[in-house]
Each structure stands twice: as C-alpha cells, then as structure tokens.
Ligand binder design. Structure first.
Ligand code: FEO
Length: 400
C-alpha cells in the first residue's frame, strides 16, 4: 500500500526503517539545535529481525518503511538494544502489530522494558558473546553497560560487518542524508562532540575501558549504524577515534568563562578576565548565559583546560541561571580542569564562595579564591580580573 515512506538500503540485507525528527530541540535538557533521528534497522534473513524501534509518535512512519521492503508480519524477532523511549517508545505497539515470535534484550534491558511498559510477556535475555542464528545470518550481542544506560547493548551482524551501536557513536543531527560520508566532516565533528559532551562525558572512564575491550570481541566492523544521526559505512574508525580522544579529556589552552549578570558588573569582570586569559596565550570563550545554553557550555568544555564561573549574588545565592548550568555541568563530571569564580554583589556576596565549593566538589583545581566586587568594578578591580585571567592562563598546559 502506498505510504510516502521508503526504507533506505544500508547493505544488501540491512535497511534503515527509522525516522527523522527535524523539530526536536530538547533532549532531556540538551538543546538539539539540529533535531535528531531515531534509527531502526530491518535485517533480512529467513527470520527477519527488527533492531530497535522509534519514538512513539514516529511509529507509523517506521511501519511504512518496513512495509516498503517486506510484509511487516513476516518479522520474526525484535532486538531492543536500549530501553530509553526514543528507541522503545513504539515497541509495545510494534509487538502488538508485528507479533514477533521472540523479543531480545540484555538482562537489564528485560527488566527496564518490563518496568517501562508492563507488557508481561517474556523477553529473552542475551549477554556478551551470545549469538542468534536468524536463518542465513548471525547476530552477535555485546553488552555496553552505561553507554548510555545500564541496559544498553550493541548488536553485530556478521554478514556485512554491521555494528548496530544504539546511542554509542551517534549524534543528534536531522538530515536527509543517511550516511556520514554524504555530510561535511566539520558538521559531523561539531554535532558528534556536542552529543559526546552532553550525553556520554560522565561515562568517559567506562567508554575508555569498553574501547579497550572492543578488539577482543573479534568483530570485523565495516559499518557502524548508530540509533541517532548518520550511518558510518566508510571510515567508521574516525568516529571511534574521536570517542577515544574525547574520553581522554586532555586539557588544552582553551578557557571557558561562563557567567550571568544583573546590571552588567559581572559581565564587565568576565570581559576583563577574558582579556587577561588572551594576554596569557589562552583561547578565552566567553559564554554569557543570556546567549548560551547550558548544553553549549558543556560542548565548549570538551577539550578545555579551564572553567571560570561568574555570578552576581542574589538573595544570598548563586544567580539562578548560573546555578542551573553548574548543576548540569557537575553531573557531566568534566575532568582535568583548573578554575576560578568571580562576581559582583551588593551587600552579602555569598555567590563566589558557593561557586568555589561547587568547583572544588567537581575536583576543579582552584587557581584563586573567588574574586568579588561590591556593586560596579573600578579600574583597579578590573585590573585584578585581568590578572586572574593571566593567572589561569599560566596554569594551562603548554603545547607539546
Ligand atoms: Fe537515544 Fe539513551 O537513548
């Protein structure tokens, strides 16, 4: 039946049957400026198998794409690599309509899917090293705990060397192109880095360990098919190398200065600090929070060497926008940073002390005690701000 939607051929037996969400702007707090995709894949074999589904509102589109290749009721198996609802939202409906004979997930995935959907049907648990003969083709499973949830796993199709990597190696990027080699490398780098910084950064040690173990699984990976963004059919090693690089969090001479301001004083301090950083040979990235989203700050922090945070004191507290960003950044657990706080105040001035506590809790090495200015900074106080910038620049690593 005509539907307007078609599957996209990935290999002779793998078809993309997902959906592109050009309108998504908020992925649990992450500003997805370029939308996203929910990739699902149909593997053709004697027992046709669907790998993941899509966010619930896009289910009909997925069904139509499947129907452009095979009669949907022929699907024998569904593999759920991850229970988060951007991949499983349509799963209950897909089960009801496709009536697969078996459903597979990791052990944690079985529990998570049941707790999400309460559908009370058995799900077969698979673990690293398990294989599934789907009739003329073989799937292998690799658990990837915490990439991005405890239930996450990867599925590998030996025929063609396709790794269905779920969240790993993905990005939030809506495009009409399905393959990474059809898109500019700078765009891929920027969106993959943003995704890494906002989704995977706190899991960097786990990722590093996982990448170390990956060759031991004996997979001949020729294509990486993540559940978000384009598919890597050429040069799949490039995205794996970027992940290894970002996970290492090697500091550079980039300093991120994030701040908000009530009447312009903290902003003035930030600009003088930026001047000092630049004079000290650092790259200063000033991010006023009325212009920058918390997820853009997280992205800039990837590969930075310093984080400086400025906040006026309001009602004895950190300014709300700064507190929001700090809560977000603390959860992302950036590593290998030096830092400092600064801000103006009227009568009590607690914000910098609160910020210093938070920076210390984040294991950020404080270069100096918080620099605060009563009301509006004068020339001498701005000079002190500039000197703070110079002092931070001094602490940054020099090029090898
Ligand atoms: Fe794309 Fe963790 O879900």
């Amino acid at each position: 039946m005509p539907s307007g939607f078609r599957a996209v051929e990935i290999t002779d037996r793998v078809f993309w049957v997902g959906a592109v969400d050009f309108g998504l702007r908020n992925f649990h707090g992450y500003l997805t400026s370029r939308g996203t995709t929910y990739n699902a894949f149909l593997v053709l074999a004697d027992k046709p198998t669907l790998i993941d589904t899509v966010k619930a509102p896009f289910g009909e589109e997925m069904m139509a794409r499947i129907a452009s290749v095979i009669e949907p009721s022929k699907i024998e198996h569904i593999v759920s690599n991850h229970s988060e609802m951007d991949h499983s939202g349509f799963l209950p409906e897909a089960i009801a309509r496709l009536k697969p004979s078996k459903l597979f997930a990791s052990a944690q995935g079985c529990d998570a899917l049941e707790r999400h959907f309460h559908f009370g049907r058995p799900i077969e648990a698979v673990k690293t090293g398990d294989s599934l003969d789907i009739g003329g083709a073989t799937l292998k499973f690799v658990e990837s705990r915490m990439l991005h949830w405890p239930d996450s796993m990867l599925t590998y199709l030996a025929e063609g060397g396709v790794l269905f990597s779920n969240d790993a190696f993905g990005m939030h990027l809506a495009s009409s192109e399905r393959f990474a080699d059809e898109l500019p490398r700078d765009l891929l780098r920027a969106e993959a880095a943003k995704y890494y910084a906002n989704i995977l950064l706190p899991l960097s040690p786990i990722l590093t360990a996982f990448l170390g173990k990956l060759p031991g699984f004996g997979l001949d990976i020729r294509t990486i098919a993540p559940d978000h963004g384009p598919i890597w059919r050429e040069d799949a090693g490039w995205i794996v190398e970027r992940y290894a690089e970002w996970a290492a969090q090697k500091p550079t001479r980039k300093a991120v200065v994030v701040y908000d301001t009530m009447w312009g004083s903290t902003a003035k301090m930030a600009r003088a600090i930026g001047d000092g950083l630049a004079a000290g040979g650092a790259t200063a990235i000033l991010m006023p929070l009325d212009a920058a989203h918390r997820s853009d700050v997280a992205t800039e922090l990837l590969g930075a060497g310093a984080l400086l945070v400025g906040s006026p004191t309001m009602n004895n507290q950190i300014f709300p926008t700064v507190a929001d960003t700090m809560t977000y950044l603390e959860g992302l657990r950036p590593k290998n940073l030096v830092g400092a706080s600064f801000g103006s105040f009227g009568w009590s001035g607690e914000a910098t002390a609160h910020l210093d506590e938070r920076l210390a809790r984040m294991k950020i090495e404080l270069v100096a005690e918080g620099l605060k200015v009563k009301y509006v900074p004068d020339g001498e106080q701005l000079e002190a701000c500039r000197n703070l910038g110079l002092a931070v620049a001094e602490k940054l690593p020099h090029a090898e």
